[in-house]
Ligand binder design. Sequence first.
Ligand code: 3PG
Length: 213
Amino acid sequence: MKSLTTLQILQDAPVIPVIVINDEKHAIPLASALVSGGIRMLEVTLRTAASLGAIERISNEVPEAIVGAGTVCNQADADAALRAGARFVVSPGYTAVLGRYCRQIGLPLLPGVSTPSEIMMAMEDGYSELKFFPAMQSGGVAMLKAFSGPFEQIRFCPTGGISSHNAGEFLALQNVVCVGGSWLAPSDLMVSGHFTQITAFAREAKALRRHVL
Ligand code: 3PG
């Protein structure tokens, strides 16, 4: 299977859902619901015992979805994600060890940063598409505007504290390609089986407007 570029991952839709799966049986209905709403780039966080099984099932059973792993903190996480079928990985922060390892194994990485020094470290290793995390807590829109001066060539996926209410403000920025957020996949809707509501959230997210890419 051809490897994706990080830019392709970010450009696919205005929102990458950040997914926490507590019960593997929710993986297929959730992925199908999101895909039905037009969102196919899915980040399943490695925070629960069910996460790797969920990635494997989505990868095998929902061919329209492109599943990645989030909360990837080290090489072992990256290896486990790749083995489960993840097509990309997302990390909350950046280390050169992780950045170089993902490049070596050909696994697209969207690394998290929240300071100029972290941006510079990721740039040194050739990363120019970065997750701004945690976005709201780290200065939000104002911080991204400040980054656009010294780091004109860097593109961001802000994540953390973003919802349908404020996503538009971020998507209007020239240095933002898409946003990430957990609001598309609330656990109470998964538990209660309200997957049609999740499709509605996805449809709404897919229709968000971005600045012209
Ligand atoms: C996370 O790592 O949990 C993501 O940043 C999601 O944050 P959110 O729940 O604020 O969207």
